[in-house]
Design a protein around this ligand. Structure first.
Ligand code: ADP
Ligand code: MG
Length: 253
């Protein structure tokens, strides 16, 4: 059993897309997968077609009103605990003592039913993301290749160091994943610069596989179909397949 948090406090860089592709890809490889949407925007929930308005969500689960079991929806693509905008109140509503541990406490009873739990986080380094890091074994950091990508990663790295110190000493960074990659716009020099800047800030590997930019991502999300089932031969489906292979190889070796 492994818990993976997908995180970066910057929005729009492919966290939710990566969480969905990783969850779907692992399930298609025969693993038992639970995705947990810990973002009040609920993009993972809506892009998979989970019911996040009539059924219990991660918000009720964190408040202790329902058990994890009652919040899980078994979709064809993977199991999911959805979220919606109510979760935005969690920061204030979770009691102060032990509030970083809440997600871990709530997920513990169901963990052994799954091979992988994949957590999508909001674009912030607040209490929700800290909850995800506290239960996680590994963190995957999607990022784009833009010039300022590296500075935000330093802040993220500092947060992870603090989580290790106070909440979860075992959590590690599995790697940094370049997403929305455009081989024409992101030239070799940009890539070299990014790699060097990242090296200054963070001791983590950049995955060899990059996820190329493709309209197929938005199309599949609008249709609420995972990218592999929607267009398995598309560049982006191939990239995510190659990346999951690379990720699993690292896990096994
Ligand atoms: N590889 C990609 N190619 C093209 N568009 C992408 C790609 N990955 C994500 N997107 C699009 O970019 C936007 C932000 O992606 P998302 O995964 O929601 O990022 P985040 O969760 O970090 O905010 C979405 O509209 C999504 O459809
Ligand atoms: Mg998102």
């Amino acid at each position: 059993m492994k818990v993976i948090a997908i995180a970066n406090q910057k929005g729009g860089i492919g966290k939710t897309t990566t969480a969905a592709a990783l969850s779907a890809g692992l399930k298609q490889r025969g693993f038992k997968v639970l995705a947990v949407d810990v973002d009040p925007q609920g993009n993972l929930s809506t892009s998979t077609g989970a019911n996040n308005y009539e059924m219990p969500t991660v918000y009720e689960m964190l408040k202790g009103e329902v058990d994890a079991n009652e919040a899980i929806q078994k979709l064809d693509v993977f199991d999911i605990i959805p979220s919606n905008v109510m979760l935005a109140g969690a920061e204030q509503e979770l009691s102060q003592i032990g509030k970083e541990q809440r997600l871990k406490e709530r997920l513990l009873p169901i963990m052994d039913f799954y091979d992988y739990i994949v957590i999508d986080t909001p674009p912030a380094l607040g209490v929700l993301t800290i909850n995800a890091f506290t239960v996680a074994d590994e963190i995957i950091i999607p990022t784009t290749a833009g010039i300022f990508a590296a500075t935000g990663i330093k802040q993220l790295h500092d947060t992870i160091i603090n989580v290790r110190k106070y909440c979860n000493e075992k959590v590690k960074i599995a790697g940094i994943l370049l997403t929305r990659y455009d081989p024409r716009a992101n030239n070799n020099k940009d890539m070299k610069d990014l790699t060097e800047q990242l090296g200054e800030y963070i001791n983590a590997k950049l995955f060899n596989t990059h996820i190329r930019a493709s309209i197929v991502v938005e199309e599949s999300q609008a249709r609420q179909i995972d990218v592999f089932s929607y267009k398995g031969k598309s560049t982006v489906a191939q990239d995510y397949t190659a990346w999951i292979d690379e990720y699993l190889k690292g896990v096994c070796s």
